[in-house]
Design a binder for this molecule. Structure first.
Ligand SMILES: Nc1ncnc2c1ncn2[C@@H]1O[C@H](COP(=O)(O)OP(=O)(O)O)[C@@H](O)[C@H]1O
Ligand SMILES: [Mg+2]
Length: 451
């Protein structure tokens, strides 16, 4: 008999769960993100013994339906993705449906919630991933998650944790970064019964001053290029170097940007950098805990950050970028308001029109099929604020369009923030990864092509 044994499936899953959740601060992060995804305006966090004994996260978000409650701890259970194509354009934090599942495997998990449509609350108790009890409870609209005895069944993981002091620090760091990313949300953190953070909704500046005890408000700069936008708040007389980086509202790590800022602003700088980029340029999947972020066009992103500090932008406009100013009058009669000049429209290459109904275009690894009527309608709805007026004002299926008209339609849609559905909830486009097409053709994805 050899020495190598295959671990039973149950043990493998347990270890995997312990890898997703390495320390109490990871649990706090996942729970905060769930609360934010649920559109909570107030998030309260309490921990005991640095989160090893207890982590409570309470929110006033939209809540969980009673019948969904047992599902949330199932592997891959998520309300945030319905189609594979959604994977390519994720706007919420969670999407793998693995956080609560993993947490439930390595702790005693209690979730109480009331959905905003429900007249009562319900609660679920699980231990080691198994549901022990479910019952009705009184609960305000929103959700409370309690994680007890984290890693009770993974003693090795428990031993790996640092002192309570250090683990508490990690939790504070996590909460601080969300306080900065969501200044409009009320945050409260209590550790070992002591209030550590208690912040009413305010601004980033105010939060920096309060959280770091700054004697004056930090400096501010903003920049924009064809990729996206950046904003930075910085204070260069801090006691150490501290850089918070956020991409589309998500706290991330990126050592390149961090080093860049340190060189630019000095080693005694406290800064919060906010970058807004179209989701398809962000590769969040490199790190299992989704912290380290990679950009599809790293150099341009750095250029954008550089321009915050007065560097000239020298960014060529690729020929296939749709950058033309829309002339609205053609489609609208009459427009209620003027559109502002096109900000950062991003590269669609229009391929043509099909059956006088669909606009087919290419962008960054995807073929898009737009419904021309819905594309126009959503913009008109945005401008007119009235569904039926918008519908009447919009061009119909069966109408021939030339390339300029198609470009205009796309530009206007880009400008209102690329909504994915029309006022009635129908999808405006369907997009197909080119990778999939290459696969079907039994062809390798071209080198350097990255979705
Ligand atoms: N605080 C919360 N408020 C409302 N729904 C929640 C909350 N936490 C979790 N959920 C629900 O549970 C599901 C599973 O959560 P999670 O395991 O973190 O996976 P994910 O966030 O990747 O979807 C979520 O998709 C959501 O529907
Ligand atoms: Mg989640």
């Amino acid at each position: 008999m050899g020495e190598i044994k295959i671990l039973p499936e149950e043990v493998k899953k347990l270890i995997a769960a312990g890898e997703v959740v390495e320390r109490p601060a990871n649990v706090v992060k996942e729970l905060i993100e769930n609360s934010l995804d649920a559109e909570a305006k107030k998030i309260e966090i309490e921990t005991l013994q640095a989160g090893k004994r207890l982590i409570v996260v309470r929110d006033n978000g939209k809540g969980i339906l009673e019948q969904d409650l047992p599902l949330v701890i199932r592997e891959g259970a998520t309300s945030k993705i319905s189609q594979v194509e959604d994977l390519y354009q994720i706007e919420t934090f969670g999407f793998r449906g693995e956080a609560l599942h993993s947490i439930s495997r390595v702790s005693e998990l209690y979730i109480a919630s009331r959905h905003f449509t429900a007249s009562r609350g319900s609660a679920l108790l699980a231990r080691g991933g198994k549901i022990i009890d479910q019952r009705e409870v009184a609960h305000p609209i929103g959700t409370t998650v309690e994680v007890r005895n984290l890693f009770y069944n993974l003693p090795a993981r428990l031993k790996f944790l640092k002192s309570n002091r250090t683990e508490r620090k990690h939790i504070q760091e996590t909460v601080v970064s969300y306080c900065l990313a969501y200044p409009e949300v009320y945050f409260y953190l209590e550790q070992e019964g002591k209030t550590v953070i208690d912040l009413e909704p305010s601004s980033v500046e105010e939060r920096l001053v309060k959280l770091f005890n700054l004697p004056s408000t930090p400096s501010f700069a903003a920049a924009e290029n064809s990729l996206g936008k950046a904003e930075i708040y910085y204070y260069t007389n801090y006691k150490s170097a501290k850089f918070y980086i956020f991409v589309n509202g998500r706290p991330v790590k990126n050592s390149q940007i961090q080093t860049y800022l340190k060189n630019k602003l000095g080693y005694r700088t406290l800064a919060a950098l906010f970058i807004e980029l179209p989701p398809y340029l962000i590769d969040v999947n490199v790190h299992p805990k989704k912290e380290e972020v990679r950009f599809i066009r790293e150099r341009k992103v750095l250029e954008l950050i550089g321009s915050l500090f007065g560097k000239k932008e020298q960014i060529p406009t690729p020929a296939d970028f749709v950058l033309k100013q829309p002339t609205l009058e053609k489609y609208l009669n009459p427009p209620k308001e003027e559109l502002s000049p096109l900000p950062t429209s991003v590269g669609f290459q229009i391929l043509g029109q099909v059956e006088d109904t669909l606009i087919v275009a290419y962008r960054e690894g995807f073929i898009y099929y737009f419904d021309q009527h819905l594309l126009d309608e959503v913009v008109n709805f945005h401008l007119l604020g009235d569904e039926s007026k918008a519908c009447r004002a919009s061009l119909k299926a069966g109408q021939k369009l030339d390339k300029n008209q198609m470009e205009e339609l796309l530009n206007r849609w880009l400008e209102i923030g690329q909504p994915r559905t029309c006022p009635h909830g129908r999808p405006i486009y369907y997009k197909q990864p080119l990778e999939e097409i290459y696969k079907r053709l039994d062809r390798k994805t071209p080198r350097g092509f990255k979705v």
